[in-house]
Design a protein around this ligand. Structure first.
Ligand SMILES: Cc1ncc(COP(=O)(O)O)c(C=O)c1O
Length: 522
């Protein structure tokens, strides 16, 4: 096939005039993938969960392919999918304190596409269970995942942020109680939080929620599939699941620490009655009668079959082994941080996160992140927030274990290089702009000018971009300039600018910058 069919572009047309052979198409995708962060190899600390188990990718891909065309729209037409979903929900329930031999024998659940969908549905179920409340509200710790804010936004539910202690990074039950009012339909907590990896005091929070007659959702999207194994390994994991009275629902993502390919989370409710308002049914049209337990209507069976295969292949013994490897990797990485001058752990690791900050004004964390990227370590910068300093987040998976010994020397080296380079110095006018500009005053011209000044690409920019996928919080993806990927290079300068701006302006800038990336290629 001639190149002109593809318009001579690096990214081939999705719809060429004449179809291309399979090898060519796969080769092109492979070429595009070369610009991505490395999904395997234990050097990527966000976005991807890799157990490094030989053969698992192939198994999951084969299972995915076997059910990719099956449609979850109608569980009676495709009983295979219903059977696999029920088995996944059963596994999650049993792991999280539900099931026949427990104090929560009536747990039911649904398989969703991810943590965000699970949280949106937990909020929807809580909202729709209270038709008597005209203006529903949810009380959510500020450290809880941003998906709660998204749920509140989508569902027109007001969000009452609950402050956290700046040292423990946890909300107190008293602060949660203070946030509960007559219109509160849901209280949320994290086990653990994504940003810092700390487990909220679930038992105390669930008690105040129960006392007020309000649902309590435990967001265990991130850690629900590791905390139980860590507990079995003897780690001091506080109670956080259905064994805790007052916990009404729990979310756990299988595409995180269950190591399934993306697109699978489980939302559990303590009883069928609690789940009922989650469903949507519609029969008032001339087409097929519709009942959707989750947000999507047509759903591929691929991710569900892949998750089912992953769980069955790894088994309890496999997850225990992977949790032990991850725990050891966390300990090694935390030691590396403790051993590096000018860095401090923001929280003592108690799950699978290592999060650190800088104690030295000459050591700029955003510059450090770029230096680590240049050394092949892909970490996640987190902007300063209220009284919490900027930090660097590492999501640690089992694949990291064999790499840990290499991290310490590279961290020391990167820290020395970051000190030598010095902190980012934004041009004075940019700092002033970030501090004073209101989101409404951002004109397209101003955005274009800012993007150009920061070296961010415009239409047609290559792969790369801000963390717009829900896993990453507000910070732009690290170190793009260090690897020369595409035309969008969010680096220390971009992070410094975002860090200087208040949250509302950060949000608006991110929307504008990602809007510049999302342009059709012809
Ligand atoms: C605690 C927590 N909740 C919810 C989510 C959102 O999950 P997803 O990105 O699968 O929508 C995440 C993602 O990292 C998370 O860590």
């Amino acid at each position: 096939m001639s190149d002109d069919q593809d318009n001579g572009q690096a990214t081939g047309r999705a719809l060429p005039e004449r179809g291309l052979p399979a090898e060519r198409v796969l080769g092109d995708i492979g070429a595009l993938r070369a610009g991505d962060r490395p999904t395997h190899g234990g050097r990527l600390f966000a976005y991807v969960y890799d157990p490094a188990v030989p053969g698992l990718d192939e198994l999951a891909a084969a299972a995915h392919a076997s059910s990719a065309h099956v449609n979850g729209l109608d569980p009676t037409a495709f009983p295979s999918l219903l059977a696999m979903e029920n088995a996944l929900v059963g596994a999650a329930s049993r792991l999280l304190g539900g099931g026949p031999a427990s104090t929560a024998p009536d747990v039911v659940g649904s398989v969703t596409s991810g943590g965000t969908e699970s949280l949106i549905l937990a909020v929807k179920a809580a909202r729709d269970a209270r038709p008597d409340v005209a203006a529903p509200r949810i009380a959510v710790p500020v450290t809880a995942h941003a998906a709660f804010a998204k749920a509140a936004h989508y569902l027109r539910v007001a969000l009452d942020p609950v402050p956290v202690d700046p040292v423990t990074l946890r909300p107190s039950a008293a602060a949660v109680a203070a946030a509960i009012g007559p219109d509160t339909v849901l209280v949320a907590c994290s086990a653990p939080s994504y940003a810092h990896g700390v487990v909220d005091p679930v038992a105390e929070i669930a008690a105040v929620a129960a006392e007020a007659g309000v649902r309590c959702h435990v967001d265990a999207c991130f850690g629900g599939w590791t905390l139980p194994w860590l507990r079995r390994l003897g780690e001091p994991v506080p109670p956080f699941d259905f064994a805790v009275a007052g916990v009404t629902s729990i979310s756990v993502d299988l595409h995180k620490y269950a190591y399934a390919p993306k697109g699978v989370s489980v939302l559990l409710h303590r009883t069928p009655a609690l789940r009922a308002p989650q469903f949507f049914a519609y029969a008032d049209w001339p087409g097929y009668t519709m009942v959707n337990p989750v947000i999507a209507s047509t759903r591929s069976g691929g991710p569900i079959a892949a998750a089912y295969a992953t769980l069955r292949h790894l088994g309890e013994d496999g997850y225990l082994r992977l949790a032990a490897a991850t725990r050891d990797a966390v300990a090694g990485l935390a030691d590396a941080v403790r051993g590096t001058d000018g860095l401090r752990l923001l929280a003592e690791p108690e799950s699978t996160v290592v999060c650190f900050t800088s104690t030295d004004p000459t050591l700029d964390l955003f510059v450090l992140v770029d230096e680590l990227t240049a050394r092949g370590w892909h970490t996640q910068p987190q902007l300063s927030y209220a009284d919490l300093p900027a930090s660097v987040h590492l999501t640690v998976t089992a694949a990291v274990a064999p790499r840990v010994a290499e991290f310490g020397p590279d961290l020391a080296d990167a820290a020395a290089a970051a000190r030598a380079a010095g902190p980012v110095e934004l041009p004075a006018e940019l700092t002033a702009l970030a501090a004073t500009l209101t989101p409404d005053a951002l004109t397209p011209e101003l955005v274009a000018g800012l993007a150009a000044a920061l070296g961010l690409g415009g239409p047609g920019a290559g792969p790369g971009g801000a963390a717009a996928d829900g896993a990453g919080g507000a910070a732009a993806r690290p170190g793009g300039s260090a690897d020369g990927a595409g035309g969008f290079a969010p680096d220390a300068t971009v992070n410094a600018l975002l860090d200087a701006a208040p949250p509302a302006l950060r949000e608006r800038l991110l929307v504008e910058f990602v809007g510049l990336l999302q342009r059709p290629t012809y």
